[in-house]
Design a binder for this molecule. Structure first.
Ligand code: SF4
Length: 308
């Protein structure tokens, strides 16, 4: 499979089939906390990064196996809304199954009518809002010069008013960057204006692009939760498990998992249903092939796909 990975079991989405419609870490941003590493292709250009027919066909193949799924989720290795055929992909998937479609987006293109229109067909959209002041946004997400934060925030607000599906806003907090009282206060004011079901507060729980980027502590998470109101909840602890696709071997399953989520050995065992020795053998083989690499974060060793 080129565009589809998992399924991954997450606390938020249950058993979720990952769909990567842009590939190769193509994104509008280059966030310091990004678990996928530095952005390889930084662009604002919407185009066909993966053809809709090929993506839908891969999802069809997984569904044909009878694999139980709670969501098909567009996320993967970059910003899904950069793919100009995203709307066609969502429509194509919804035409063949009742499994709900989710899209995780960094919100940067939500000011575009055509992007909002593509997303209208999804059952769940999870846009991120991590900063409301230009200075903080620049430090946190290193946007391209053409990206206008007020326009982007306006796009989120407009979308929240017209969208009829489930809308969960994600806020990623990074110590020393967007956890100051002024920024949190302004964020709370902005979030108040959004018509959303939930506000999910996250922090840096996996190895980030920049090694000096660190998580906020529990008190800050709790403080933010109170400030953001009754819809807010703290997420951020990794609890992924995955159900392996029938017939896939341990190396493929591990690689599919760590392409989008750097994981510890324990998380890999849990996620892929492997015994410790099986996972260790597969990791050794993946290291031999130079398909994975190790990174340390919070006194733990994480494995991730090479070059991330
Ligand atoms: S965290 Fe998301 S928005 Fe930021 S660089 Fe990574 S993929 Fe792009």
């Amino acid at each position: 499979m080129k565009y589809v990975f998992g399924p991954v079991h997450s606390r938020r989405l249950g058993l979720s089939l990952g769909i990567d419609p842009v590939q190769d870490k193509t994104c509008t941003l280059d966030c310091v906390y990004c678990q996928l590493g530095a952005t390889a292709v930084k662009t604002l250009k919407r185009r066909v990064y993966a053809p809709a027919d090929a993506v839908v066909d891969e999802v069809r193949q997984v569904i044909a196996t009878g694999q139980p799924l709670d969501y098909s989720t567009f996320s993967g290795t970059g910003e899904p809304t950069l793919n100009v055929e995203l709307g066609r992909m969502i429509t194509g998937i919804k035409a063949m199954t009742d499994i709900p479609v989710a899209v995780i987006t960094n919100s940067t293109l939500l000011h575009l009518d055509e992007v909002r229109s593509d997303l209208m067909q999804a059952d769940l959209v999870i846009p991120s809002v991590n900063a409301v002041s230009a200075q903080v946004f620049a430090r946190l997400s290193r946007p391209l010069p053409g990206l206008d934060l007020p326009k982007m925030l306006g796009g989120i607000e407009t979308f929240s008013r017209v969208y009829r599906g489930r809308l969960w806003i994600e806020v990623m907090l990074v110590r020393g960057i967007n956890d100051g009282p002024d920024e949190l206060q302004e964020l709370a004011r902005f979030l108040d204006r959004l018509a959303c079901e939930k506000i999910q507060i996250n922090t840096v729980t996996r190895p980030p692009a920049e090694s000096d980027c660190t998580a906020v502590n529990d008190q800050t998470l709790e403080h933010a939760r109170k400030m953001f109101g009754l819809r807010a909840e703290i997420i951020g602890s990794f609890s992924n498990r995955t159900a392996a696709l029938p017939g896939s071997d341990p190396c493929e399953r591990i690689l599919a998992l760590v392409r989008s989520h750097p994981c510890t050995l324990e998380q890999i065992c849990d996620a892929c249903g492997l015994k410790r020795e099986e996972a260790e053998a597969a990791l050794q083989e993946l290291r031999r092939r130079r398909s994975i690499e190790q990174a340390e974060h919070g006194a733990q060793i994480f494995y991730r796909a090479s070059g991330r």
